[in-house]
Design a protein around this ligand. Structure first.
Ligand SMILES: *Cc1c(COP(=O)(O)O)cnc(C)c1O
Length: 377
């Protein structure tokens, strides 16, 4: 068997020589950051590609989330999901906000809107749902709860770049959405992120916050942060954008191949695809059910021994991390989220994953005992 490790993801990188002219322009202009020409071009290009009104680029998705919360002056408690990457809750904690974890819907792994109202207290100011694996939340149900209780909605849309429902990009939902352009995400600028905003005024406020709260040479209006994306990252984003549709097509192929072959494996199940205009196939989560001959962890380690590095996203739950467990006012981790976290395994998916590699993964999942016993002898 080939020894080349297969990771859960591998970044898409355009041909290096195509990046050189961008670097030459940066060298010529001597503009390295602070809303330079590449930054402006990428904001414009992304607004057009995504079909959203305004976008403010950031140096990463976490600072974008932190700043989105600051922009709306969120305080007190925020209702969120434990089934996500830790940055979701960390963004709240860094703003001195208490995360309140609500259970997920077993059919989507997104926050269950039916369980939100019971978690609202007089201190609740907002809801921060996650479009987990790029699958859109029940945005209408969430918005109607927000309207009823006068709460803001900030989406952690880190996984949702390029996803469209019948009305367009899912990034348009809520008061604000934050997206990540980290190396592991579908669209990457090495490190990077953005806030999608509804209007110019909000964007201007966010621009001030990401630049130390500076409005002009003599006016500082807030204790802002340095959240700016550099010209090199922005230039790379412009080049990536030329390839994004090709990259999404590559992911779609891998997704279909997995689905068509794995659906007949007893004990392996996966999420039913939502009815979407466009998905981004950012992850391929499977559930290892009781009927399967191995437990989720046994399968995870079996794949690892064979140099296939899936990831147990999202295990452990955020609410199980010691830093959140210590907060005594937080309720125990919700049941469905706990159960899914114990069964889920994200298989490798990226545009250039080869058929041979996918076949190797599928073969192991189909006949785990054959491999496991031959491994022992
Ligand atoms: C990746 C990710 C983030 C953080 O984004 P960075 O760009 O790495 O800071 C936040 N939330 C979720 C759900 C993520 O997957």
């Amino acid at each position: 068997m080939s020894d080349k490790p297969i990771y859960v993801t591998e970044p898409f990188l355009p041909p290096l020589e195509e990046f050189i002219p961008y670097l030459e322009k940066i060298w010529e202009s001597k503009r390295l950051t602070n809303n330079g020409p590449m930054h402006q071009q990428l904001e414009e290009a992304l607004c057009e590609y995504l079909g959203v009104p305004e976008i403010a680029l950031f140096n990463n998705g976490t600072i974008a989330l932190l700043t989105a919360l600051q922009a709306l002056r969120i305080t007190g408690e925020v209702i969120t999901t434990p089934f996500s990457f830790v940055a979701t809750a960390h963004a709240l904690t860094w703003n001195d906000i208490t995360p309140v974890f609500v259970d997920i819907d077993p059919n989507t792994f997104n926050i269950d809107p039916n369980k939100i109202e019971a978690a609202i207290t007089p201190r609740t100011t907002a809801i921060m749902p996650v479009h987990c694996y790029g699958n859109p939340c029940d945005v209408d149900a969430i918005q109607s709860i927000a309207d009823k209780y006068n709460l803001k909605v900030i989406y952690d849309a880190a996984h949702a770049f390029g996803v469209q429902d019948e009305g367009g990009s899912v990034l348009r939902h809520g008061d604000l959405s934050a997206v990540s352009f980290h190396a592991t995400k579908v669209f990457n600028t090495f490190e990077g992120g953005a806030i999608i905003c509804p209007d110019k005024k909000t964007k201007q406020h966010i621009n001030n916050l990401k630049n130390f709260g500076i409005v002009d040479e003599v006016t500082v209006v807030a204790a802002g942060i340095n959240g700016k994306m550099s010209e090199v990252n922005a230039a790379f984003g412009l080049l990536q954008l030329k390839y994004i549709d090709k990259a999404l097509d590559g992911r779609k192929f891998v997704d279909s191949y997995y689905r068509s072959t794995l659906h007949e494996v007893p004990g392996i199940s996966f999420l039913t695809p939502l009815d979407l205009e466009k998905h981004n196939f950012s992850y391929f989560p499977i559930l290892v059910e009781d009927e399967y001959p191995l437990s989720r962890n046994e399968l995870y380690f079996l794949l690892k021994e064979n140099n296939i590095h899936g990831r147990r996203y999202f295990y452990p739950l955020i609410s199980e991390a010691s830093t959140y467990r210590q907060q005594s006012h937080i309720n125990p981790s919700p049941d469905i989220a706990l159960r899914v976290a114990d069964k889920v395994l994200c298989l490798p998916i990226y545009p250039h994953l080869s058929i041979e590699e996918i076949d190797k993964i599928i073969q192991l999942i189909r006949q785990p005992t054959a491999v496991a016993s031959s491994h022992e002898t």
